[in-house]
Structure formats: C-alpha cells, structure tokens
Design a binder for this molecule. Structure first.
Ligand SMILES: Cc1cc2nc3c(=O)[nH]c(=O)nc-3n(C[C@H](O)[C@H](O)[C@H](O)COP(=O)(O)OP(=O)(O)OC[C@H]3O[C@@H](n4cnc5c(N)ncnc54)[C@H](O)[C@@H]3O)c2cc1C
Length: 463
C-alpha cells in the first residue's frame, strides 16, 4: 500500500525550470530526464495515485526500447512484469498469407508501471503532485509563462521557463491557449480518434497465448494478456466503439474458426488519437508531447516509446538552451520541430498517408496484396515498419498497377490506394522540407494542409 501524500508533505515553489501537466508515461519520463540533469521540475497530475493510468491494464513495450530510453526494468513476480514474447505476424484477411517477424517485447501492467515511472522521476528530484488538475495557462503577450492548478482544495499559480503539455488526448494546455501563442488548438473529434475495444479471452482449453498476430483488414490483433486471461483480442475503429463490431463479425467469419475456441471474459473500451501529428510542437515557453502532440504510430496506435523518442529530442535541445542561458522562445525551440519532422515525424506522416486508404481495402484486394507482398512487406517488417522508403513505395505502386491490369484489384480500389501511395511519397518530401526556422512555417502549413485535406481521413470511408 502506497503512503498517501498530503499537502503538508510537499513544498510548492513559485517558479520552476519545467512544469509538466500530466504524469503518465510522457510526463513522468520528461520529468525524470530533466530532473536528473539538475533542473527544477514540477509535474501536476489530475488523477490520484490509485487512479493513475487505469484505463486499460496491459501495455507492450519492446525490450530494446526500454533499454534505449534507460527505463526502469520490472522483474518477474513484482506485480508489474506480466510476460514476454517475441513472435509477431501479420495475416491476410482469409488467413492464407502470414508475414512473421520477431521483436522481444514485454507486457507490463500499466498502472503500477506508471507509478514506478513517477517514483523514478521523484528519485531524480522532480516533484509530482497527484489530484492536482490543471486550470489555466498563464500567458503574457505570446509567451506561456506558467500554469494555475488546484491542489488540496487551494489554487496555485506557478511560473516556469517551459510548460509541457503531457496531458494526453485532451491536450488540456494546448487546446486552452489563445491564438496569439501560435499553437494549433483544435480538439479531437470522433473522426480523429481510434476507439479501441479489448476483449480479454479465455480459450476453452486454457493455454496462454504468447504471440502478437495482426489482421489489418479487420483492424484486429490477438496479443498475450495477464495470467488471468489467455489473450487479448483488440479491435480499433473510427467514430465509435460499436463501429468496430462489423470488423469483428468479418473476423469471426473468416479467421476465428481457425483459432482454438474461446469465450470473451472481459471487455475494456479506450480511445486513442488517430490524426496527423501537430505541425509545430513548440511556442514561446511551451511544448506539447506524447498524446497531447498526437505522437503515435499510424499502423497500430502505439505511442509510449514513440512519445519518448520525441521527448528525447525536446530534452536534449531544452537542456542545451538552458545551459547556455538562452530563453526558451519559439524561435530557439524550433530545432525540435525540424529534427523530429526529419525523422520519426516524417516516417509516421508517410505511414499515416498510406494507411488511411490501405486499412479500408476490401478483403479480396488485401488478400491479393498480401500474396504479392506489396502491403506490410517483409523488408518493412524487418525494420519494424518505421522505414517505408521511396523504393518500397515505388514497388507497392508497381504491384498495384499489375493487379489493376490483371483484374485482381478493382478500379474503384486502385484509385484511392494508388493515390495514397503517391501521397505518402509527397509526405516524405514535405516533411524533409520542414522549415529550419519559423519563417517558412506559414507556407509549409499551407502545403501540409493541402496534403492532409487530399489524404482525407479513414473515418470518411465509413460513411
Ligand atoms: C487500448 C489501448 C492500448 C494501448 N496499448 C499500447 C501499447 O501496448 N504500447 C504502446 O506503446 N502504446 C499503447 N497505447 C497508446 C498509449 O496508451 C498512449 O500512446 C500513451 O498512453 C500516451 O501517453 P501520454 O503520457 O502522452 O498520455 P496519457 O497516457 O493519456 O496520459 C496523460 C496524463 O495526463 C493527465 N491529465 C489529463 N488531463 C489533466 C489535467 N487537466 N490536469 C492534470 N493532468 C491531466 C491524465 O490523467 C494522464 O495521467 C494504447 C492505447 C490504447 C487506447
């Protein structure tokens, strides 16, 4: 049982180097990485320690990512570690084609692991306040100067050199900022969200499932679970949780009969963002990270270490500026945008552009594309899907044209998916040309907006 912190246990200063809103994976990681360098860090979290990250139980994280980010490693039997596995595979809609690959992955109970990350940040000197909801940003001119929040029945105002929005999907700070700060302040609509339904299943002949199998035609995956259940059947859908049920029907008809018989023992529903990432993550005295910056993968919605990759860039750059005594202005922070958008940001934009249409292909067309290895090709899977190169895109396009010519791909499907591949190519060019300074930003945004308007959204295809 954790000792409950009271208002008397903590001293809240008037100002900090860094104030973070949200202390789940992104917030706690950011707090640790800045505090271990000696900066003063305050993180405010609206949940209690009992409620932190309780939306879903198990999350997966590649062992190599844990090591790369220096994350604390839970141990077998500590109530956090749940299982490990390495076998992954993508399957065609009728299960005729399997594309296997290996990634050593660990399944962790999310709630206790998030508490572990918060303790890890505190050990380095960060202050983390639970049950401390953000109220408003303190803005002077165009700059974010701090935040106000509630804690122990009182309102507090603290100043910061940098305010970090790590509040996940609601992006409470970013969406509250006045226009003059220059951030995108949109809130997510149902079209911008992937509604994930997790079915915790038990096989009739009880045996734990130790693979991660994906059927993108149904936006479904079958992954290991904790020991109480044998596996998790996840399904994602735009617009609502119930929209995904039609995909589940297709899965039950075409795939489930080939699995051992199972019963559904528990269901969890959780949304995750599904929209192109922010055009800029920074403003004067402000940065948006993790779910608040829409930093997650377009092919599977995962975002914990994806956010950490972005945060590493932010931390490196912010600490350089602080060491030199330079102010954390939008202009000085701009390199974060450039570096991120020339790397992971570009890869995810490209993946997002092609996925919008590819995920909605008919089962017959997708089966053909699996056969020809022009979707989720082995070479891409070997790189964990992070590097879809222009050559890969060209190869996909050639196979699509061959499919059209032979009649295997109907014209109505060739058009959108062929255009999706070309737009993925355009995304690579656009994100490579991300401006070095804020001067070219307006023009870049116009081009980006045109691209994303033409790509459209997967949700449009549901209607
Ligand atoms: C069902 C499901 C399964 C997933 N599985 C995986 C997986 O296996 N691996 C993976 O990498 N990703 C997975 N993801 C994605 C992953 O959960 C997110 O990418 C990740 O949680 C984003 O972390 P975050 O810290 O940015 O935001 P969040 O986890 O959303 O945390 C935001 C924090 O901010 C706090 N907050 C919100 N509002 C306020 C406020 N007003 N004041 C103060 N604090 C506030 C919240 O309480 C919360 O603690 C999954 C998502 C879903 C929906």
């Amino acid at each position: 049982m954790r000792k409950k912190e009271t208002v008397r246990d903590v001293r809240i200063a008037d100002s900090y180097d860094i104030v973070i809103v949200g202390a789940s994976s992104s917030g706690a990681y950011f707090a640790r990485k800045m505090a271990e360098q000696g900066y003063s860090v305050l993180a405010i979290e609206k949940s209690s320690t009992e409620d932190l990250s309780t939306g879903y139980d198990i999350f997966h994280i590649a062992e190599a990512d844990m090591q790369a980010h220096g994350l604390p490693m839970p141990q077998k039997g500590d109530g956090i570690w749940s299982f490990e596995f390495a076998d992954m595979a993508h399957f065609s809609p009728y299960n005729h084609y399997k594309k296997p690959y290996q990634v050593k992955t660990i399944g962790l109970h999310k709630h206790p692991y998030m508490l572990m990350l918060c303790d890890w940040a505190k050990e380095a000197g960060a202050t983390i306040l639970f049950e401390a909801p953000f109220e408003s940003a303190i803005v002077k001119g165009k700059a974010v100067k701090g935040v106000t929040f509630r804690y122990g029945g009182k309102q507090y105002s603290v100043n910061a050199k940098l305010v970090v929005d790590a509040s996940g999907q609601p992006a409470v700070v970013r969406t509250s900022l006045p226009k003059k700060v220059g951030m995108e302040t949109f809130k997510l609509s149902n079209k911008d969200v992937f509604f994930v339904r997790l079915r915790y299943i038990q096989f009739e002949e009880r045996k734990r499932w130790m693979q991660n199998w994906v059927w993108i035609a149904y936006k479904m995956w079958l992954a290991p679970s904790n020991s109480e259940y044998d596996a998790i059947l996840g399904i994602g859908s735009c617009l609502s949780f119930d929209q995904g049920e039609s995909f589940y029907e297709g899965f039950c008809k075409n795939v489930a009969p080939e699995l051992p018989p199972y019963k559904v023992a528990k269901v969890e529903d959780m949304p995750t963002p599904y929209k192109r990432s922010l055009y800029s993550y920074v403003a004067d005295g402000f940065v948006a990270v993790g779910g608040a910056g829409l930093v997650n993968r377009a092919d599977n919605g995962e975002g914990v270490t994806e956010a950490m990759n972005h945060i590493d860039i932010v931390v490196e750059h912010v600490s350089k500026l602080l060491k030199k005594g330079k102010p954390l202005t939008r202009k000085n922070l701009w390199k974060i945008n450039k570096k991120y958008n020339n790397g992971q940001g570009r890869d995810y934009a490209m993946l997002y552009a092609v996925m919008q249409k590819a995920l909605m292909l008919s089962p017959d067309t997708m089966e053909y594309m699996f056969e020809k290895d022009c979707i989720l090709s082995q070479s891409i899977l070997a790189e964990l899907g992070e590097t879809l190169t222009p050559l890969d895109l060209a190869r996909q396009l050639i196979e699509l044209v061959k499919g059209l010519r032979s009649g295997a791909i109907p014209k109505a499907e060739f058009g959108p998916v062929g255009a999706g591949v070309l737009k993925a190519g355009a995304a690579i060019v656009l994100y490579t040309l991300y401006p070095r300074t804020p001067r070219g930003y307006k023009l870049w945004c116009c081009c980006a907006q045109k691209l994303w308007d033409s790509v459209g959204q997967m949700a449009d295809l549901y209607e």
